[in-house]
Design a protein around this ligand. Structure first.
Ligand code: AMP
Length: 417
């Protein structure tokens, strides 16, 4: 019996890899133009980073982490998200010392032990951006604008931007009291998870997707009506920056995100065609996280997007992928006797900068031509005894199907012309 990939994971096959190169290339190109520098953190971290960073009572920490001990018994966890590791690196490498505001991005796999379904995997890829060191509302707007620029360049349409402010430590305390009071006599009608959330982290009830809870949440007090002056003014400035850039968004006063570190701005970008898992990306401000992880109080804002969901959306919106890059040249040999010459010629062609390949299976010329056709090369160089005796090879233009004998020492010129 074959061993299969673990549940919730998938191979990215050679025929799909060009989609990944294209998206990743576009992300890197735009982010570097916008002044972000890439950071690569380990795929696993000490568990306490996520417990402290994401929040003890979040779904991610309570039930979705892949956690295992190292040989000395210290608890490690496969990273479920990128922000806490980036902040850890920011502190560990004293990045704040060299420049007050740091703009970083990351790209790579994340791991969450969720129930797999369409658009939801246990290993999935995210790209994310973080601006650490500024409380400017313009930075919140920049994060949204930057991500939209990437989506736009990829041709994604019909995306909806939902935005909210979840307040700060000061105003949230009062709001949570109000929310708790509202929920007290409705507690029995909440789902079992929300009953627990009610005690441990009532704000999370707002995030419940179950119909029974959603109904209760509909009439709950909203946080935007309970913001302190500073949070209110910050939110107004973020919205005004977005308005100024003609970015259409919808306010959703019940939007809270699955990670506890958010303060003030929280936002989500959804794509209608994705079905139940409709969030293509989300983010917000996290002004307390740096301090929470042992640093000086340092405001920050960021965003993360799922790459699989971007690919699903591109396919679902029937946006054309760019044509795959084809090789320039295929080297074929008439007889296996000519293997060494063909091999040497192949290296020479590659060394001059052409992309080229040959077939190592010792198949017939016919089967080699089939391979060359499938590869879509521009030229095939055919090496045969008769031509070699004259220091020549056959050069076949695969498009016009014309072929001619060319001198070996003139082959590169012929390929260039
Ligand atoms: P989060 O880190 O939870 O804020 O998620 C940010 C984005 O990552 C989401 O909007 C999704 O696009 C993507 N994402 C999160 N969890 C998964 C998952 N299990 N499978 C695929 N994509 C995911």
């Amino acid at each position: 019996m074959f061993i299969r990939v673990p549940k919730g994971t998938q191979d990215i096959l050679p025929e799909d890899i060009s989609k990944w190169y294209y998206i990743e290339g576009m992300i890197k190109e735009i982010l570097s133009k916008y002044g972000y520098k890439e950071i690569r953190t380990p795929f696993f971290e000490y568990t306490e980073l996520f417990v402290r960073g994401i929040g003890e009572s979040t779904d991610i920490v309570t039930k979705e982490m892949f956690t295992f001990p190292d040989r000395k018994g210290r608890s490690l966890t496969l990273r479920p998200e990128g922000t806490a590791p980036v902040v850890r690196a920011y502190l560990e490498d004293s990045m704040g010392r060299t420049s007050k505001v740091i703009k970083l991005f990351y790209l790579g796999p994340m791991f969450r032990c969720e129930k797999p379904q369409a658009g939801r995997f246990r290993q999935f890829n995210q790209f994310g951006i973080e601006i650490i060191g500024t409380k400017s509302p313009a930075a919140d707007a920049e994060v949204i604008i930057t991500v939209l620029a990437i989506y736009k360049k990829l041709g994604l349409k019909n995306l909806e931007i939902l935005i909210n402010s979840v307040g700060c430590k000061k105003c949230r305390v009062d709001y949570v009291q109000k929310l708790k009071k509202y929920l007290t006599n409705k507690k029995d009608f909440l789902c079992s998870e929300c009953k627990e959330r009610y005690t441990k982290n009532p704000l999370r009830v707002l995030d419940c997707k179950k119909d029974s809870c959603k109904k209760i949440i509909e009439s709950a007090p909203v946080i935007t009506e309970n913001l302190c002056q500073e949070c209110k003014s910050h939110f107004a400035q973020v919205k005004s920056c977005l308005d100024d850039q003609k970015i259409i968004f919808r306010e959703n006063p019940r939007l809270v995100r699955g990670l506890d570190y958010y303060t003030k701005t929280a936002f989500e970008i959804i794509s209608g065609g994705l079905g139940a898992q409709n969030a293509i990306g989300g983010g917000g401000r996290y002004d307390d996280l740096v301090e929470e992880l042992g640093g000086k109080p340092t405001p920050a804002v960021g965003f993360a997007a799922g790459i699989e969901r971007m690919i699903i959306t591109i396919d679902q919106q029937k946006i054309e992928w760019p044509a795959e890059k084809r090789l320039d040249v295929f080297v074929a040999k008439i007889d296996k006797k000519n293997n060494d010459t063909a091999f040497r010629l192949l290296q020479k062609i590659r060394n001059t900068g052409f992309s080229a390949d040959m077939d190592y299976s010792e198949g017939s010329l016919k089967s080699q031509m089939r391979i060359a056709n499938k590869m879509g090369v521009r030229y095939t160089v055919i090496v045969g005894e008769e031509e070699l005796s004259k220091n020549m090879v056959i050069l076949r233009n695969m498009k016009t199907k014309e072929q001619k004998e060319v001198r070996i020492d003139n082959l590169i010129n012929e390929l260039t012309s």
